[in-house]
Every structure is written in structure tokens, then in C-alpha cells.
Write a protein that binds this ligand. Sequence first.
Ligand code: NAD
Length: 255
Amino acid sequence: MHEIARWVGAARRIVALTGAGISTESGIPDFRGPNGVWTKNPGAERLASLHHYMSDPELRVRAWQTRLHHPARSAHPNPAHEALVRLEKMGKLDTLITQNIDGLHLGAGTSPQRLIEIHGNMRQVVCTSCGERGPMEAALERVRTGEADPPCEGCGGILKSTTISFGQSLVPGDLERAKRAAKGCDLFLAIGTSLTVYPVAYLPRLALRAGARLVIFNAEPTTADSIADARVEAPLGTSLPQLIVLLQAEVSAVS
Ligand code: NAD
């Protein structure tokens, strides 16, 4: 970890990519970890598929219930989210790309202009027919008062959350920004992600190809382990705050 802190101290432009693993210590299960939603219930994968969502009304009813009771609705940021805010405040974080939809980076205080929520978020709903957007909370209130699968109030189309489902394209502007950040950094931190969801999993490779170092913070193997410069396998709520402590020591030793 000392060497990683030295790399962070010396880097001119750092990009971090986070995944579901950074939020497990806030009580939100990941998909593929030992207690992951899909590890425990492989059928749950259908809920994240746009094709199944659009074609199966019963699945949509289940999806609304999942949104209503989603752990992210009551979760709080943990020390790992806070460590990334500290990194930003120290002037060491150029861009934070998150695959998470839980809003916890914003909740911790990450600047919105430095954050790319590349798989969307749960704050809004969008009509899949007319594109009209509205607040998630208003849609959930309709579910609470008896509409099991509330349609768009404008055109009657199917509503879904503004998250990117499997089978759905990313927002082109977000993907372009993320690629540009990866190509322009000299240190790429992949944090709490198995790096199995594409095209995001390609970002560390773009950074490496442009000459950056890659450090992976993840409790279990990822698809990029063999090309990483270093790996830290500890729980993120411990390892990221520890990195900040070492970095602060590094900075005060230099000044
Ligand atoms: P993933 O489930 O594939 O991988 C998460 C990784 O994090 C696993 O390898 C696991 O071992 C590791 N991990 C879990 N807790 C950890 C901890 N405390 N310390 C260190 N490592 C830990 O998740 P992914 O790569 O992000 O891909 C899944 C997709 O589903 C992404 O789009 C993701 O954002 C989305 N998702 C989001 C949330 C959320 O918003 N919190 C939750 C579940 C899934």
C-alpha cells in the first residue's frame, strides 16, 4: 500500500472507476460477490434486462416492488465513498466514473461535475415510449397507492427507472467523457468492480494502452488482474481510508 500511496502522490491525473463493491458496506448487495443478488438468486438477472422488462408485465410489477424496497433508498455513504471525496479535496481525483445507480457518491459529497454515473441512477423515471422524465418518488407514490405498474401519465407508455439495463445503450456523451478521462489519466483505480460489464470493463485497458498505471481494489479476482500494476484485496471501507492516511503522510513529508 505504501508504494500505491507514492503512485497516487506522484500522479498528475487520476481516474477512479467504482462498482457495486464500494456500496456493500453501506448495506447494498453487489451482483456477483459471495452475498451478491445474482449469486444467491440467478433468476434475478432477468430484472436487469430491458428485453424482459418490456415484454413481461409480471416482471415489471416485481421491478416496482424491488424499487420500492431497494436498500439504496435508506443507505448512507461509507468510509470508502468518503475516502474518494478526500482524494478529490486533496486535488488528486480528476474524474470518478461509477457503475452504481445508488447515488452514494453524490451523497458523500463528490462534485457532480467530476462524477459520471455511467449506468444511470434511481432518482428519476423515464417513459420508454415518449421519453418524458419525472421524479422516482412520485412514481413510487403511485405504486404505494395501488398502481402495480404505473404507466406514463402523458402517453400511457411503460415507465422505467433512469438506470441503464442490460440490452440498453449507454448515454453516448457519458461514454465519450469516460473514455476521454481514461485515455488522459496516468493512474487508473478500479474499485469494487468485477470488471465484467462492458463497455465499462474496457476503460482500464484504454488507460493502460495510453500509458497509465492500473491499481485494482477488490476483494475477489477481476478480469483485469493479470494486467494490473498492483492489487489490494482488503475490504474497501478499510483499504481506501488507509490509502488516504498514507497519502497525507506522503504529502506532509514532501512539504
Ligand atoms: P459486481 O457485483 O460484478 O462486482 C462487485 C465486486 O466487488 C465483486 O468482485 C466483490 O468481490 C467486490 N466487493 C464486494 N464488496 C466488497 C468490499 N467491501 N471490499 C472490496 N471488494 C468488495 O459489480 P460490478 O462490477 O459493479 O457490476 C455489476 C453491475 O450492477 C454494475 O452495473 C453495477 O453498478 C450494478 N449494481 C449496482 C449496485 C449499486 O448501485 N450499489 C448494486 C448491485 C449492482
